[in-house]
Write a protein that binds this ligand. Structure first.
Ligand SMILES: N[C@@H](CCC(=O)N[C@@H](CS)C(=O)NCC(=O)O)C(=O)O
Length: 199
């Protein structure tokens, strides 16, 4: 497998999961501005959507969309229990959480990366985002991990998107259960290895 990635982006979460599972993989860096890969190809010929993450399977298929890539990887090694079995009710809960992270937190913070966004629009985006985050804090006050009683791919994904809050001076310390979750995910050997490789 090959993971197309760009530093400081959402491609960190599939990389964490590749490390959690100990799956062999190659990393191909993408310049998100020029859309060139490190081996000098036009990334849009690989993923016409033009964004990371993209996972190239050994049969040449390209898989995109973070929550789907995460579940695909988890299902390659069900014994690692990074996702509940497909078709089970706990799996539906995992999908609910992944969808919340992708549509409300990931897509919620993305407009702030646009330096041309007018201040008034920034304020609206921030307010909407900050209204969503306490929901996750409440969940993490009840339980150590986002879904069920053990670490899943949703934890890697949340860790990744919350990592961007520092770029916008939003401190995670205002949500103690989230801050604790972030510290626990950061300390996992797979996270440390992925963070180092995702440069
Ligand atoms: N819907 C996609 C969004 C992926 C995405 O937002 N990728 C960002 C980095 S986190 C990106 O590469 N943006 C560059 C661009 O849109 O040109 C997913 O969930 O995987």
């Amino acid at each position: 497998m090959k993971l197309y990635y760009a530093p400081q982006t959402c491609s960190l979460s599939p990389l964490i999961v590749l490390h959690e599972l100990g799956l062999p993989h190659a990393l191909i860096k993408v310049d998100n501005h020029t859309k060139r890969t490190a081996d000098n190809r036009d990334f849009r010929t690989i993923n016409p959507k033009g964004y990371v993450a993209a996972l190239e399977l050994d049969n040449g298929e390209i898989l995109t969309e973070g929550p789907v890539i995460l579940q695909y990887l988890a299902d390659l090694k069900p014994e690692a229990r990074l996702a509940p079995p497909p078709g089970s009710w706990p799996r539906v809960r995992l999908q609910e959480m992944l969808n919340f992270i992708t549509s409300e937190i990931h897509a919620g913070i993305t407009p702030l990366f646009n330096s041309d966004l007018p201040e008034a629009a920034q304020a609206i985006v921030r307010e909407r985002l900050l209204r969503r985050v306490p929901i996750l804090d409440t969940t993490l006050q009840r339980q150590a991990w986002l879904v069920g009683d053990s670490y899943t791919v949703a934890d890697a994904y949340l860790y990744t998107v919350l990592g961007w809050f520092r770029f916008f001076d939003i401190s995670l310390d205002q949500w103690p259960a989230i801050a604790s979750h972030t510290k626990r995910v950061a300390a996992r050997p797979a996270t440390l290895a992925a963070e180092q490789a995702h440069a």
